[in-house]
Design a binder for this molecule. Structure first.
Ligand code: AMP
Ligand code: ZN
Length: 479
């Protein structure tokens, strides 16, 4: 039984999709005006684990993710500048170039974190006709109105507005949650279509029945999810910051347009990664990218390991010390797997990659395989799942073959690259460090120990130490 916390019910409910085993999964994607920070990436890793868990429990997932390349304003209140145009101005490029560049950077980050590519990645700018059609549908239902700067959704016409977020609408009326756009009927009303400013040429704008302009941010997720997954879907994800506004507005416009409720059966939200100094925000100055993590010598999968050590619904505090500790844990895990493989004859040391070991796992791994799955099925309790894996790896009564069978069973859910633990060289050593280590090994081989020592010191100056292994092999480690 797979239990998954649902923000709609505020409970861990047994997961059951509309048409099992098919599962429609929609995850809100990045706004591509800057690099993703490691907080954003926490959300994509949690969604990846969810997708992998669904596959483990026999579901056939269709995963759709959008790319927000237009319309996300710098404020939630339908005021402020379009983030894409802001990025373009900052970098002296076109908004289209900015979108392309940061979409590629994001895709590369996901690849390095072993985040599986969605089945459909859809750009907002490729779905303008679908968004216009959806706004027209809302217009026909009489839930929209026109202001000087755009077409708005009248939230008072949708009685269930704010139910998922449990918003106190009356409280909002009294105090203002948001700065008001002039003429808005209710503080919670939001833009469906914004008109281009009269005094300025926008880079991204389209003709629409109401006037030239661009879509409001929320409408893209409703339009694209309906196009690619149908009018009702099983799971929709994002981080907790989306509950009160973005997802609340998505629900209102989707259910008002189709008359079908619930539009989404499971709302699954991940908690934030925070810094000791507070929130990590893309628009504020200092944020940490995955590149910065790699430049400090960390394997990106050590960051994934760091994330898996916390439950996705708990806030996680990032610190370099915490990451260092996780990197040590991850290195230990890889070395343990490698050590186990070295104990087995070559042919049997290959991990059966991706093989769902559920059936025969019990035979070879005691009840560890089952316990691992139970932890995953308990609302993705990955800290417990990792704990179970470690317990098994340290169990003196379990054979090397049984331990490796468990690793093979766990890897398709963990995505930690444990199926690729082959070389004695860690995967993400910078090229210059690897070269120094190669030269040192060559110097040792030709018995030029003085040169080898100089190279060892050069490695140390870069923060690495080198360990010799049998057969002239070596292992470089961060100090
Ligand atoms: P954005 O590209 O700004 O639209 O954000 C991409 C995703 O990252 C969204 O699902 C956000 O909710 C999520 N997000 C933003 N900040 C954080 C954070 N500090 N920790 C975890 N997720 C975040
Ligand atoms: Zn969205």
């Amino acid at each position: 039984m797979f239990k998954l916390y649902n923000t709609l019910t505020r409970a861990k409910d047994e997961f059951a999709p509309i048409a099992a085993p098919a599962v429609g999964l929609y995850t809100c994607g990045p706004t591509v005006y800057n690099f993703a920070h490691i907080g954003n990436l926490r959300t994509y890793v949690f969604e990846d684990v969810l997708r992998r868990a669904l596959a483990r429990f026999g579901f056939k997932v269709k995963h759709v993710m959008n790319i927000t390349d237009v319309g996300h304003l710098t404020s939630d209140a339908d005021t402020g500048e379009d983030k894409m145009e802001l990025g373009a101005r900052r970098e002296g490029k076109t908004a289209w170039d900015i979108a392309r560049f940061y979409t590629e950077a994001f895709t590369a980050d996901c690849r390095r974190l072993n985040v599986l590519a969605p089945d459909v990645v859809c750009k907002a700018t490729d779905h303008i006709p679908e968004m216009i059609a959806l706004v027209r549908r809302l217009e026909e239902k009489g839930v929209t109105y026109r202001l000087a700067d755009g077409i708005y959704f009248d939230t008072s016409k949708f009685p269930a507005y704010g139910a998922m977020a449990r918003l106190d609408i009356d409280g909002l009326e009294a105090g203002a949650r948001v700065e008001m756009v002039e003429g808005k009927r209710n503080p919670t009303d939001f833009a469906l279509w914004k008109f281009s400013p009269k005094d300025k040429q926008r880079q991204m704008e389209w003709d629409a029945p109401w006037g030239r302009g661009f879509p409001g941010w929320h409408i893209e997720c409703s339009a694209m999810s309906m196009k690619h997954l149908g009018e009702q879907i099983d799971i929709h994800c994002g981080a907790v910051d989306h509950i009160a506004v973005h997802h609340t507005n998505e629900i209102a416009q989707s259910e008002a347009a189709t008359g079908k409720s619930p539009w989404v059966r499971w709302w699954v939200h991940g908690e934030f990664l925070v810094l000791d100094k507070g929130k990590m925000a893309k628009s504020g100055g200092g944020f940490i990218t995955l590149d910065a993590v790699i430049k400090k010598g960390f394997d990106p999968l050590a960051y994934r390991y760091f994330l898996l050590q916390a439950h996705y619904r708990s806030q996680l505090m990032f610190s370099w010390e915490g990451l260092e500790a996780a990197a040590n844990g991850y290195r230990n895990l890889r070395e343990t797997v490698l050590g186990l493989k070295e104990q087995l004859p070559v042919a049997s040391s290959q991990l059966p990659v991706g093989k769902p070991a559920t059936d025969n796992c019990q035979l070879t791994t005691g009840n560890y395989g089952e316990r691992f799955d139970d932890a995953v099925a308990d609302d993705l309790n990955m800290p417990r799942a990792l704990g179970t894996l470690w317990e098994a790896l340290k169990d003196g009564g379990l054979s090397a073959a049984a331990k490796l069978a468990l690793v093979a069973h766990a890897e398709p859910v963990l995505g930690l690259g444990l199926d690729r633990v082959e070389a004695e060289k860690p995967a993400e050593v910078p090229a210059d460090v690897a070269e120094l280590a190669e030269r040192r090994a060559a110097a040792r081989k030709s018995k030029d120990f003085a040169a080898a020592d100089v190279l060892r010191k050069e490695l140390a100056a870069k923060g690495y130490e080198v360990e010799d292994r049998p057969g002239g092999k070596w292992l470089v480690k961060r100090k």
